[in-house]
Design a protein around this ligand. Sequence first.
Ligand SMILES: C[S@@+](CC[C@H](N)C(=O)[O-])C[C@H]1O[C@@H](n2cnc3c(N)ncnc32)[C@H](O)[C@@H]1O
Length: 202
Amino acid sequence: MSGQIKSVSDDQKYIIKSIMQLCGVDRFDADVTYGNGVFWKDLPEPKYAFDIDPQMTGVVQASSVQLPVADAAFRSMMFDPPFLTYIKSGREHGSIMGKRFSGYWTYAELENHYRATLKESARCLRKGGVLVVKCQDIIHNHTMHPTHINIAQWMQPWFRLKDLFVLTVKHRLPMPSKEGEAARKQKHARVYHSYFMVLEKL
Ligand SMILES: C[S@@+](CC[C@H](N)C(=O)[O-])C[C@H]1O[C@@H](n2cnc3c(N)ncnc32)[C@H](O)[C@@H]1O
């Protein structure tokens, strides 16, 4: 990477690589929501991969809220949880198992998972270790849920915010229905960015 590292990019790999460079991480110790491992396509694989619903071989089935590791086992962890609420399609159609953990019914459900994982990550990390959290703010039913601000509160008293990166998207799929009508009645800006929060264990 040439030049100074910037806090905004539309390239997820650039952001993860930048975080690794700034935190002196050659390889993450653990990814606790491994999914399909897209994060690590062109980057070193984490030493331990966990997911509540593993899709790939070698991923250990475990919830991010109760990891099968000793206290202070890790120096670096990645947490990329679902961030959308009310993903009904997965439960109503198609593979229930495949989609069961891909979203939350309510924001309270999201909050419980995020809070419990922050607490569990604090247990698993050494002092000075880093937890990277990918998240996105949500507007639902005309209510803004500023998840990245909430995480800055939920992480207390275990972490401090070390860095904050913004990942922008160039294009998003149109709203599922009544696009024209929705545009006329639009009350909130459509969210075109997500965050990578770098939390340092105190
Ligand atoms: C946004 S995806 C992660 C994508 C991943 N970063 C990648 O590169 O493919 C969210 C993942 O969180 C997992 N998940 C949801 N709830 C979980 C929990 N309680 N513990 C661990 N993993 C969970 C889902 O199974 C899903 O694979």
